[in-house]
Design a protein around this ligand. Structure first.
Ligand code: DUT
Ligand code: MG
Length: 171
């Protein structure tokens, strides 16, 4: 059974911008558009306006996520992905894009869909300081402790992620 959607107040900073929209039923993210046309050379980044600001209820946050198609086709990522929009933020939502393609310039036109906004409930916690934390199966293991380090300049079998192939030889 589906729940009723949460009502969230939204204000257009740019009177012509279409409101964020879920492209398909069941989508988690509502697409955000930019109100500015902008070109990004390889490696360049920009803070793009979306033309909207929102008032989230206490206990919620909105997260600015990249769009996968834009990432796969054009190499566009968000520098701070996912960007966090706090419940108390009333300013215009901005999107910090970066062109990770090594060769191609990317051009955004006004009202292109550049990111997606995922609204979620978030917990506020009270940090309670202790001298010792309770034990766990993982304990302090992190950063590849389950195996699968990338092999530098070669291959290793087994449970690995990928190989890092150095192109810096002879330098
Ligand atoms: O992609 C983003 C990320 C953040 N924001 C807005 C909403 C958020 O509430 C505010 C602050 O973001 P954040 O806390 O990530 O940035 P900060 O560098 O910690 O700034 P501050 O000191 O204002 O908290 O900026 C955006 O518009 N887009
Ligand atoms: Mg902050």
């Amino acid at each position: 059974m589906s729940r009723d959607p949460l009502d969230v107040q939204i204000r257009r900073v740019d009177p012509d911008v279409p409101l964020p929209e879920y492209a398909r039923p069941g989508d988690a993210g509502a697409d955000l558009r930019t109100t500015e046309s902008h070109e990004l050379k390889p490696g360049e980044r920009a803070v793009l306006p979306t033309g909207v600001s929102i008032a989230l209820p206490e206990g919620y946050a909105a997260f600015v996520h990249p769009r996968s198609g834009l990432a796969a086709r054009c190499g566009v990522a968000l520098v701070n992905a996912p960007g966090t929009v706090d419940a108390g933020y009333r300013g215009e939502i901005k999107v910090i894009v970066v062109n990770l393609d090594p060769y191609e310039t990317v051009r955004f036109e006004r009202f292109d869909r550049i990111a997606q906004l995922v609204v979620q409930q978030v917990e506020r916690v009270r940090f309670q300081e202790v001298a010792e934390l309770p034990g766990s199966a993982r304990a302090e293991g992190g950063f590849g402790s389950t195996g699968g380090h990338a092999a530098v300049g070669g291959t290793t079998g087994g449970n690995r992620y990928a190989s890092v192939v150095s192109d810096r030889e002879g330098q």
